[in-house]
Design a protein around this ligand. Sequence first.
Ligand SMILES: CC(C)(COP(=O)(O)OP(=O)(O)OC[C@H]1O[C@@H](n2cnc3c(N)ncnc32)[C@H](O)[C@@H]1OP(=O)(O)O)[C@@H](O)C(=O)NCCC(=O)NCCS
Length: 200
Amino acid sequence: MLEKRTADTTHALASDPSEEAGTGSISPVSPLTREFSGSGSLSGLEVVPLEADRMEEAADLEQRCYPHPWSRALVRGEFQKDISARFGAILDTRLVAYCFTYIIPEEMHILNLAVAPECRGHGIARRVLCHSLVSGIHRGVRSVSLEVRPSNKSAISLYASLGFKRVAVRLNYYRDNGEDALLLERKLSLQDLSSLKKRC
Ligand SMILES: CC(C)(COP(=O)(O)OP(=O)(O)OC[C@H]1O[C@@H](n2cnc3c(N)ncnc32)[C@H](O)[C@@H]1OP(=O)(O)O)[C@@H](O)C(=O)NCCC(=O)NCCS
């Protein structure tokens, strides 16, 4: 089992991820009122591998994105791990989103996906996630998984839109409030490349 993380609206972790209770499909939620309050064009947005020179910026962004963020040390630690694969979205030289994953042979686990609050609702999360998936496929990944809070409707809708299915429920997974986690999975193959690339 991959190392667990602490925090988020989705991402504080439980003590034991082994409990599972039920499977099923997930469906997109109705669009909610979007919270975008930024201005300017996103046409210059670029998704790139997230290197260590952006480590402190990523730690700053983490603090802004979650009510229970990863500590700065935890964010820094992700940049040191061999199994870590990270992408970030840069807008006007500023990091506005990131996706942290682990890749072990043929499997990817999404640890953290976050977009700056003022930039949400413009497809940035989908682009960063699709970059991560495309990169994973090129590295031999054939299955991708993640945990998400049932209350995180926007994230669930995003993952559903990219073909993730619920495969289990991890009971009392999140330490901060005891919320369960939905374990979502998606298979990947070379045939997925062209549709994912179109969404990058
Ligand atoms: C969840 C999050 C990453 C989405 O980022 P985003 O850039 O706003 O998402 P996108 O604009 O790429 O939206 C892609 C899809 O997600 C879903 N979505 C995103 N925001 C939504 C909202 N407020 N309501 C409903 N669906 C939403 C939709 O399916 C959307 O597709 P559509 O635009 O075709 O309707 C962002 O809200 C965030 O950073 N939240 C805090 C951190 C977090 O919870 N991360 C997820 C951890 S599992």
